[in-house]
Design a protein around this ligand. Structure first.
Ligand code: NCD
Length: 322
């Protein structure tokens, strides 16, 4: 068993051994949940724990999958999804709010529109007597580590008969500058051998230099292109993302010719037969719903995997025995 896990703030702490272990726990929990006895065992495993879901930025999947992951494990949940209904509206500081949550619960799962707040909450916890783990469920345009974990699980299991992620060529397409899912997934790639990344984006939405620097340091092979057609034929996976237009300053997303970065039945013909198409969702026009029925489209499976990987993560954080 790999070492303990406490705060989950950014993906770089996840080493191969821990990633493999989390994927295995995900499979075990999933299999258990299929029988009544197994589901009862899961439900008893963390029934003495309570979680705070503090989501002050929009969320459907991450919130619901964490919420349901907690319930599968018997963890009681409380939530704040709008700072306007918490004492922050009365001027309570972020630090005092987090400290308050920690008085009542055993883990704080949080998403904020600002970057850096999950890490600030973790630093605060490390200074107070009732130290509870902080899980970053999305920190502004910066990081989304638990999405990266479920993406790794989806990739590993999609390539199960073909040696897993090692040796694969993975395309990442869309708004790579502001999309935190791709940024977090890139950080995990150093754990796999001979991976090639192909970044496909409009010129103004290219992957940022901090990620490129990290990839170069870890000797991860990557190329950048503005033309999807050149890349599709060589890919084992295509990870599509939406334009993150909520960060636009002057409608810059609207100037992109999205047709060049979207896939439909025609583009699917250029992808190899054994390739997979992923998307963190929610989708915009970048994936035609007609693609959903193609067996290579795995984004709905990926979405379901999210809940089970979050079950595994909570099991690991609390050291529960299955
Ligand atoms: C992503 C996010 O919030 O970063 N959604 C998710 O958590 N599945 C992707 C996105 O919003 O584009």
């Amino acid at each position: 068993m790999s070492s303990e896990l406490f705060h989950v703030i950014e993906p770089r702490v996840f080493k191969r051994e821990l990633l493999d272990e989390l994927c295995d726990i995900t499979d075990t929990a999933r299999a258990l949940a299929k029988t009544k006895e197994g589901a009862a065992k899961l439900h008893a495993s963390l029934a003495d724990k309570r979680a705070m879901l503090y989501f002050t930025q929009a969320s459907t999947r991450t919130f619901l999958s964490f919420n349901n992951a907690c319930h599968i494990l018997g963890i009681g949940t409380s939530e704040i999804r709008d700072p306007a209904i918490s004492s922050e509206i009365k001027g309570e500081s972020f630090d005092d709010s987090i400290r308050t949550f920690s008085s009542y619960v055993d883990v704080i799962i949080m998403r904020t529109p600002e970057r850096g707040l999950a890490s600030r909450a973790a630093a605060l916890m490390d200074e107070i007597p009732r130290r509870v783990p902080i899980v970053n469920a999305g920190s502004g345009p910066d990081q989304h580590p638990t999405q990266a974990l479920l993406d790794i699980y989806t990739l590993e299991r999609s390539f199960a008969g073909r040696g897993g992620i090692d040796g694969k060529t993975i395309g990442m397409m869309g708004d790579l500058r502001r999309g935190r899912t791709v940024r977090s997934l890139c950080y995990l790639m150093k754990n796999y051998h001979d991976v090639k990344l192909v970044f496909i984006s409009p010129p103004n939405f290219a992957i940022r230099n901090d990620i490129k620097k990290h990839l170069a340091q870890d000797k991860i092979n990557f190329t950048e292109t503005g033309t999807m057609d050149d890349a599709l034929g060589s890919l084992d996976a295509l990870y599509v993302t939406r334009m993150q237009s909520e960060w636009d300053v002057e409608g810059e997303s609207l100037k992109v010719n999205l047709g060049e970065f979207s896939i439909g039945p025609n583009e699917m013909q250029m992808l190899p037969q054994e390739a997979v198409v992923m998307h963190p969702l929610p989708r915009g026009p970048e994936i035609d719903p007609a693609v959903d029925s193609d067996p290579r489209a795995v984004y709905w499976r990926q979405e379901g995997n999210g809940m089970w990987m979050r079950v595994a993560l909570l099991i690991k954080i609390f050291g529960a025995e299955l």
